[in-house]
Design a protein around this ligand. Structure first.
Ligand SMILES: [Fe+2]
Length: 248
């Protein structure tokens, strides 16, 4: 950032907060570990200032095309059902968000993460690290090639299994537009007993489930799933006004 402080030219009211009633709670009794990390008191909404309404400067040159293909790692191909996961990142007005970093992490086809604390007896895949990232294009589109993650057990309750899911992290045009979430697959039989999925208000759960996309399926190669992501955020972003050029 250079020149005059742009904060005085930003209309902070454009960064409307989501209705409290529509937020997924940070504490959810059935999701036991939230009892240790969720605030017990009602959070205080602090005013949005320059730090909250300006965005990360990540740079496309740090992300390569290979980062979007999780099936080819460490000199070989991953085991499992090959899938293409694609969609668009949209702001709260339905407009595409270009040049935003989309990062994913997931378990392998057997349901195991390549992580030191994941040691349940499912096989690791020597050619799958479960990590990917991509920048959205000028239409807000992203696409990954990966394998469908397996379900895995966890200690939340008796016979607890996570539905198949892919973790997503996104940055929008402002730090307050960071979103960390999970994408699910249609008709997963494990939804009913998963407190993470069910902590989402019932009317919003469908927004976390991808759509099987036969049109994007590649014959003799991979199945397709489509999932659009809507970031909380501005009615009109600062980057689209001429005054805000020095913010970017
Ligand atoms: Fe997970």
């Amino acid at each position: 950032m250079t020149g005059t402080t742009p904060g005085s030219r930003l209309d902070l009211r454009r960064y409307a907060r989501t209705d409290v009633a529509l937020r997924t709670p940070v504490g959810y009794a059935d999701y036991k570990s939230t009892g240790l990390r969720a605030p017990l008191r009602t959070p205080v909404d602090l005013p949005h200032r320059l730090t909250e309404v300006t965005g990360p400067l990540l740079g496309e040159d740090r992300v390569t095309a290979a980062d979007a293909d999780l099936t080819k790692r460490l000199g070989g191909e991953a085991q499992g059902q090959r899938i293409i996961v694609h969609g668009r990142v949209l702001d709260s007005d339905g407009r595409p968000v270009p040049n935003t970093l989309v990062e994913v992490w997931q378990a392998n086809a057997a349901g195991r993460y390549r992580h030191v604390v994941d040691n349940w007896p499912a096989p690791l895949d020597p050619h799958f690290d479960g990590l990917g990232r991509v920048m959205t294009d000028d239409q807000g589109r992203y696409e990954f090639t990966t394998v469908k993650p397996g379900a895995y057990p966890w200690g939340n309750h008796h016979n607890a299994w996570r539905p198949a899911h892919i973790h997503f992290s996104l940055f929008g045009r402002a730090f307050t537009q960071r979103l960390v979430t999970q994408m699910y697959f249609p008709d997963d039989p494990l939804f009913f007993q998963d407190p993470i999925f069910n902590s989402i208000p019932e009317g919003a759960r469908h927004l976390a489930i991808s759509r099987f996309d036969y049109e994007r399926t590649v014959p003799d190669w991979a199945l397709g799933f489509q999932w659009d992501i809507v970031l909380r955020g501005a009615e009109q972003t600062p980057f689209e006004t001429e005054d805000d050029g020095d913010v970017a």
